[in-house]
Structure formats: structure tokens, C-alpha cells
Write a protein of this length. Structure first.
Length: 193
């Protein structure tokens, strides 16, 4: 199986002193589960949905192997909030990205993560809800994480221990553990087989 994790700096795992982020932890769980896995972290710092829309397909097709079980996992949105991208632009970009990805292989969307800023988090919550609507319209499985992480003391401490946007390893571990408990992620990544 080839799995691509595509997104912004929170997909890349900025702030994680272990260098894994949440994608590395999911990939590790898949390999421990016995999967023959090749995985790519295609997270890029400060990438808005516009930048991701412009780059993702070329980056994936360079690494694409015909005949392989290929899966695409996207997570983005916080850079849009930080760069004041209009919500409609974010939603239009998400629709273009996810529709294009779905044509290449099974696709999963992980919602945007909160930061240590209440005003931005209000916008992140609205962005997450809009992304959920896009996913439902396209039939793309999705896992909203904003609500869970806003309630997590461990995630809040991990944000505060770094830069208030990117958590430390403990925060990424908290997120990965949550994701691995969801049916959508377990089914999508083959962890229930």
C-alpha cells in the first residue's frame, strides 16, 4: 500500500521533536499491523489550500505506482486562517482537491486542528464545518478533530510548549491516538483487518 499525507505544517509535523507528526504515528501503526507500506509526508509549511491545490497532484503522480493500492489523506485549513484566505476560497479549493484526489484513489480528510487563540479557533471551527459539508457532498470520509482537541488538556499543553500553533510530540501523539480510535481512520488505513 502507498499512502500519501498531504497538507500544511500540521501535516508535516512542525514542532514534533520526534519528527513523526500524526502521519508518522499512523504509518507506524499500519506497519505494526503488518501492512507492507510506503508512505509519504507531503506536508509543507504555511501552505494554504490554494498552494496545496496547485501542487498536490504533481507531487502525488511523481510517486504514483500503477497497480498499487494507493490512498490519499489530506489535512489543511489552519494556514488559510493565518493568511486570511476567504472561507469560500477555502471551500472551493477543498472541493477541487478532494474531487481530484478521489479520481486517483480512496481519499480521507482529517479536519483542521485548533491553535492557542480563541478568535482563530472560532474561525477554524467554522472552516471545519464547511469542509465536512464538502466531504459529505463528495462522499469523502472525514474526521473532524477540532472539538476533541479543544477539550484536550494534553493538546493545549503541547501547543503552549511550542509556538501555540504547532504542538510538541505529545500533542501529535494525542491526535494520532484519537484518529486511530475512529472507525473512519481504522477502516480507511486497514487497521481493522
Amino acid at each position: 500500500m502507498i499512502t500519501f499525507f498531504i497538507g500544511d505544517s500540521l501535516t508535516l509535523g512542525c514542532g514534533d521533536e520526534a519528527g513523526l507528526g500524526w502521519p508518522g504515528r499512523l504509518a507506524s501503526a499500519m506497519m505494526r499491523h503488518g501492512q507492507d507500506l510506503t508512505w509519504y509526508n507531503l506536508g509543507v509549511r504555511a501552505n494554504t489550500t490554494t498552494k496545496i491545490r496547485d501542487r498536490w497532484k504533481e507531487e502525488v503522480t511523481r510517486r504514483f505506482l500503477p497497480g498499487q493500492n494507493t490512498r490519499l489523506v489530506f489535512s489543511f485549513g489552519v494556514a488559510d486562517i493565518s493568511n486570511d484566505v476567504p472561507a469560500k476560497t477555502s471551500f472551493d479549493n477543498a472541493e477541487a482537491i478532494l474531487a481530484g484526489a478521489k479520481a486517483l484513489g480512496p481519499t480521507l480528510f482529517i479536519g483542521p486542528m485548533p491553535v492557542a487563540d480563541q478568535d482563530k479557533n472560532e474561525r477554524i471551527v467554522q472552516l471545519s464545518l464547511g469542509f465536512e459539508s464538502v466531504c459529505e457532498r463528495l462522499g469523502v470520509p472525514h474526521v473532524p478533530v477540532t472539538g476533541f482537541l479543544l477539550e484536550s488538556d494534553a493538546y493545549a499543553k503541547a501547543l503552549a510548549a511550542h509556538d501555540n500553533v504547532h504542538p510538541t510530540a505529545k500533542g501529535y501523539a494525542t491526535l494520532a491516538e484519537y484518529l486511530m480510535q475512529t472507525h473512519a481512520v481504522r477502516e480507511f488505513l486497514g487497521l481493522d483487518q
